[in-house]
Design a protein around this ligand. Structure first.
Ligand SMILES: C[S@@+](CC[C@H](N)C(=O)[O-])C[C@H]1O[C@@H](n2cnc3c(N)ncnc32)[C@H](O)[C@@H]1O
Length: 390
């Protein structure tokens, strides 16, 4: 069935070839689904880098499906290897991350200890190249740096950057204009401010700017686990805050795949603020949460627990939610508040950030109120929670 045997695959992986070499090898050897399956199974058996290699394999199969006996592509391979679609997507992200590093540092893939979480940590550091160079030169000297050591280096770099910023710029310099002075944050918008990229479901950039100004300091680490279109990093950079973005459906290169119900990556641990903008149950069809409202509360409970495990002691969570009003009334904001308090958070502020009235109540809204005697939801609530104890 194949041009190669198990020994050959084992040797290829064992020699810790770079991803680029493994990719080339795939192009020359994997040309039907049976071979792809056999290769995939061997990789899982022998390699501590299985996630990277499988990611490369999925992309290879996708690239060549149709022409080379790889019909069915990724989904067929995932089915044969019994790997869920989302897991396959995570593998691809891990592989693409490693390849980006290899482009800068050809020996990155040979780093024996490197695993996806460590890779993400290095990529998120203020100076990833210097950490990689150091890691590789230590390997050349026969040392194998541990994960803890790499983590300590990244932390030191972040603190150094924070000190530099604090020394050079007073924090008041990064202040939104115009500034909201009260706990009602209203922003003037026209319908024209909503295009394909800035839809109704995207948080207004001004909201994050005010959260950063009032509840964080320059140099802080902000985590956006449900990053959507991925605007938060740009805003954080402008305000000299570091930002890590994740989403279950990454829509830009800066966003790493992560399902928050399964936790957050190591690199996010000890962050200063988590910016949580989850789906608002099924209020908007586009990012509807598919399930009953009780399932939705279970989902919120899980993300509250994960936030509690991730944020540093004294750190904060900015959590946004709207009540459901159309069809039935569900007081989602109050229920979510209860859940976060039960998980252990204190609440240090509640902000109301209404959508502009003319946008919410056009046509449909007015008729709904007049004919059905029902209120349209306009208010978006932002709770600022704080972790007071371990
Ligand atoms: C309201 S949108 C966020 C919008 C974002 N703040 C913006 O301005 O573009 C909610 C996001 O949560 C993501 N999401 C839903 N469930 C998730 C999960 N379990 N883990 C991570 N992200 C999830 C969705 O993919 C969606 O991008």
């Amino acid at each position: 069935m194949s041009k190669f045997d198990t020994t050959e695959i084992r040797a290829l992986i064992d020699r810790r070839h770079s991803q680029i070499t493994i990719e080339k090898w795939m192009r020359d050897n994997i040309f039907d689904m049976d071979i792809a399956e056999k290769f995939g199974r061997e990789v899982v058996e022998v390699s501590h880098r299985a996630e990277f290699v499988l990611g490369a394999l999925f992309l290879h199969v996708e690239e060549h499906q149709g022409g080379r006996g790889l019909e069915g592509g990724k989904s067929e391979l995932a089915r044969r290897l019994e790997i869920p679609r989302q897991t396959a997507q995570r593998y691809e992200q891990a592989f693409l991350g490693l390849r980006r590093l290899e482009e800068k540092m050809p020996s990155a893939g040979q780093v024996l200890e490197i695993e996806p979480s460590k890779l993400a940590l290095i990529e998120s550091s203020p100076e990833p190249d210097s950490i990689m160079e150091d890691t590789v030169s230590r390997l050349d000297r026969g040392e194998v740096p541990s994960y803890r050591e790499i983590e300590a280096q990244v932390t030191e770099q972040r603190l150094q950057r924070q000190r530099e910023i604090l020394d050079s710029e007073p924090s008041t310099k990064y202040r939104p204009e115009p500034l909201q002075y009260t706990n009602v944050w209203e922003f003037i918008k026209t319908e024209y401010d909503f295009d394909d990229k800035h839809s109704f479901g995207n948080a207004f950039p001004e909201v994050l700017e005010h959260i950063l100004y009032y509840f964080t300091e320059p140099g802080d680490c902000i985590v956006d686990p449900m990053a959507g279109m991925g605007f938060s990093k740009g805003i954080c950079n402008q305000y000299h805050r570091n930002c890590l973005m994740y989403d279950i459906e990454p829509r830009s290169e800066d966003i790493t795949y992560n399902d928050m119900t399964e936790g957050l990556p190591e690199e996010a641990k000890g962050c200063d603020l988590i910016y949580l903008d989850p789906p608002y149950f099924n209020i908007r069809v586009k990012d509807a949460y598919n399930g009953e409202v009780e399932d939705f509360y279970e989902f919120i409970k899980r993300i509250a627990e994960v936030s509690y495990d991730t944020v540093k002691l004294g750190g904060k969570v900015a959590f946004m939610m709207m009540d459901k009003t159309i069809e039935e009334y569900q007081c989602l904001t109050a229920e979510c508040y209860r859940i976060f308090r039960e998980v252990g958070f204190a609440c240090i502020m509640r902000v109301s950030s209404p959508y502009p009235e003319h946008i919410v109540t056009t046509g449909f809204g007015v008729n709904y109120a007049r004919t059905e005697k029902k209120l349209v939801g306009r208010d978006r609530v932002i709770y600022i929670f704080q972790k007071d104890s371990e």
